[in-house]
Write a protein that binds this ligand. Sequence first.
Ligand code: SAM
Length: 462
Amino acid sequence: MKELTIKKYKSSSERIKEALNNPNAAKLYIETYGCQMNVADSEVVNSIMLDAGFAVIDAPEEADIIFLNTCAIRDNAEQRIRNRLNALNVLKKKKPGLIVGMLGCMAERLKNKLLEEEQILDIIAGPDAYKSLPELVQEAGTGQKAVNVLLSREETYAEISPVRKDANNVTAFVSITRGCDNMCAFCVVPYTRGRERSRNPESILREVKEIVSEGYKEITLLGQNVDKYNWNNGEVNFAGLLRMTAEANPGIRIRFSTSYPQDFTDEVIQTMATFDNICKYIHLPVQSGSNQMLDKMRRGYTREWYINRIQAIRKYIPDCAVSTDIIAGFCGETEEDHKDTLNLMADIAYDFAYMFIYSERAKTFAARKYDDDIDEETKKRRLTEIIQLQQELSLKSNEKDVGKTFEVLVEGVSKKSADRLFGRNSQNKVIVFDKIDAQVGDFVHVKVLSCTSATLLGEIVK
Ligand code: SAM
């Protein structure tokens, strides 16, 4: 691939500042819920709106337009957003001209129905409709309700340079695929984010170069299933993209999320092992340790297949950290199935996990074909057992790091003390340490002195 040069590129902060200098620019405030993809999408929306002459600001009270970029993955995510809309009603009463829009997965899932249920909303826009937001705002400005929930087979926002407004200027997300074709029985994502599609690798490399030119030190390549990245019928696969990104940016850390067990290849693992700047951390959602549940969930792999993937990771990258996602109380889950999840977790000894209670989502295969038959109390008890076990595993994993020294990328000042900084090691573990003369954005070496189940505590070594 030819050397990329960045022409006439303006940084996120320059673009934000320029818009704020325009006294006539309408002010937009965006609040983002849910996954990393939504964070990346809000950055695309920032860019589209700035290009259309809007200013983006931090204070909802001062805004002319408020967008909530939403999540639909579980019912509680949607309830949170409905509560937020209730709170925003107070603002709208004070300022009747305020335009409120719902973007993202909840908007896509509920479409026009939201306009009946939530009077406050003026705009509904799905994840593939962001280029039309300036027109939707214009339409809403005339007092009409404006809706675009069309899903696309092509849209990747490839040519847009996202504006990273709330970023720490150290770590950044870069989208490489959109949508998902997996159709897991429990998951609403294929219905809210549409069909899987890959972004042009040149545009990905260009964006990474832009980010690096702004001083960022770490990028995370994002997709619902990054392993399915496929440009031009196999011309570039995910391992190839990873290699090109790592080669072109030697001083920059590369991460990626999310991997999918069925599609996670040895080639990706070997690429990670080859490049020092690809972080030694894999998030590999298992969902359940029971073959019966995996089959019902339509995950497309077995417990044995999953264990084989973990063995491959540990063969090529012995110091690789592994985390996962687990769902407690899926349809028909027996105590035996639940125990299989617990014993798989213990066998693999995950370093970290995201753990959820199953929440039925309309339209999904599970909602259509299975009974959501595990009572709330049992779901909660199983989740508690899963969380307790993971805390023990995380503590054990962290205890093994005490005495070791890691390269850490400093991401910010510790919330608990202004004299301490925090950052992550390659394995994605958070390390807190005394500031001494280090600054946000530096790579430092930190020796781990103690730990909790969530954090490593250490000191900088020269
Ligand atoms: N694409 C990734 C995958 O499937 O491996 C992750 C997608 S999702 C945004 C993140 C996690 O939410 C999933 O891995 C799953 O554990 C959880 N999740 C998805 N649907 C759920 C549901 N209906 N109830 C509870 N948790 C759910």
